[in-house]
Design a protein around this ligand. Structure first.
Ligand code: HEC
Ligand code: HEC
Length: 244
């Protein structure tokens, strides 16, 4: 009996040491651990103050695509991206200090779980950045064909992705951000890209990429995941407190 007790506490100490060391993304251990923790979203909300300067307090990112929307993204995908950014497996463009802010803002695996869970719950931006060709145009139809042949098997018919399989949601994301990522992935410059995806888009021309991302950017987000004030006009009215 005694030996069992000693063994159990040795395991507990080992676990404790492992979590204090907090070496992100070594062998994916932190990602798995973060996913298994019960998140404290209030702590996540506090951490999010450090993100708001670029991702906005609503988590909506910038419509010009300079920073991505985090609201509504799968928790597991956010956890993976955060560990990849912090360990510099996924590079960042010059001037994006996302990676340098992370080590200060997120100090342990629990913080990682918390900020990801908080971001996922945020209602999404009703006016995300869209591409130039709306649903009635021939370019939209060309993009749709490219999407169905090359993307839907992983990202789903409507771009919802799949949290359990670490497949990012791409609907509702800003057009310019998506296009920038697709180019980085095709050109082998996003260090953490999915190998099968890279193979799939290897032969894409710039035009193919513009067409397919245009199509993605026009996909609808389920209404109950969007922030309720649908249009700029609604917000203007709400801002005046005049709803009549
Ligand atoms: C100084 C600006 C800045 C700050 C502060 C910042 N970020 Fe970022 N973040 C960016 C930019 C820019 C990108 C996109 C980089 C690119 O285009 O490759 C990004 C990308 C990300 C991504 C990848 C999203 C995706 O769809 O793959 C995640 C996740 C993320 N940030 C989370 C955070 C969190 C959480 C915080 C706060 C703890 C934070 N960021 C703070 C600028 C910032
Ligand atoms: C074999 C599966 C697969 C296929 C096919 C695929 N993707 Fe992906 N895609 C992924 C995975 C997995 C990631 C996340 C990689 C990572 O961990 O960084 C990703 C990432 C992305 C991202 C970055 C998202 C973000 O938030 O930063 C974009 C944009 C994207 N894919 C668009 C596409 C488009 C458009 C197509 C079709 C032309 C496509 N993908 C085909 C699996 C796939």
């Amino acid at each position: 009996m005694k030996t069992v007790a000693i063994r159990a506490s040795a395991t507990a100490i080992a676990t404790l040491l492992a979590s204090t060391a907090f070496a992100w993304n070594e062998g994916g251990g932190d990602q798995k651990e973060a996913l298994g923790l019960a998140p404290d979203v209030l702590n996540g909300m506090e951490i999010f103050d450090s993100c708001a300067a670029c991702h906005r307090s609503e988590g909506w990112g910038m419509e010009d695509g300079s920073s991505p929307q985090l609201a509504g993204q799968h928790r597991s995908v956010l956890i993976k991206q955060l560990t990849d950014i912090r360990s510099r497996k996924r590079g960042m463009p010059e001037g994006a200090r996302c990676s340098s802010v992370l080590p200060d803002a997120i100090t342990n695996v629990q913080d990682l779980a918390d900020v990801a869970a908080y971001s996922e719950m945020l209602p999404m931006n009703p006016e995300w950045g869209k591409g130039p060709w709306g649903p009635e145009t021939p370019e939209y139809a060309q993009g749709e064909r490219i999407y169905k042949d090359n993307c839907s098997r992983c990202h789903g018919d409507a771009g919802m992705g799949n949290g359990e399989e670490l497949l990012p949601r791409i609907n509702g994301q800003h057009h310019e951000y998506l296009l920038r990522q697709l180019v980085l992935i095709r050109d082998g410059k996003r260090g953490n890209a999915d190998r099968d995806m890279v193979k799939q888009i290897k032969g894409f021309t710039d035009e193919d990429m513009q067409l397919v991302i245009n199509y993605v950017s026009w996909q609808q987000v389920p209404k109950d995941q969007l922030a309720d004030f649908g249009t700029a006009e609604d917000r203007r009215i709400a801002g005046r407190g005049d709803r009549s």
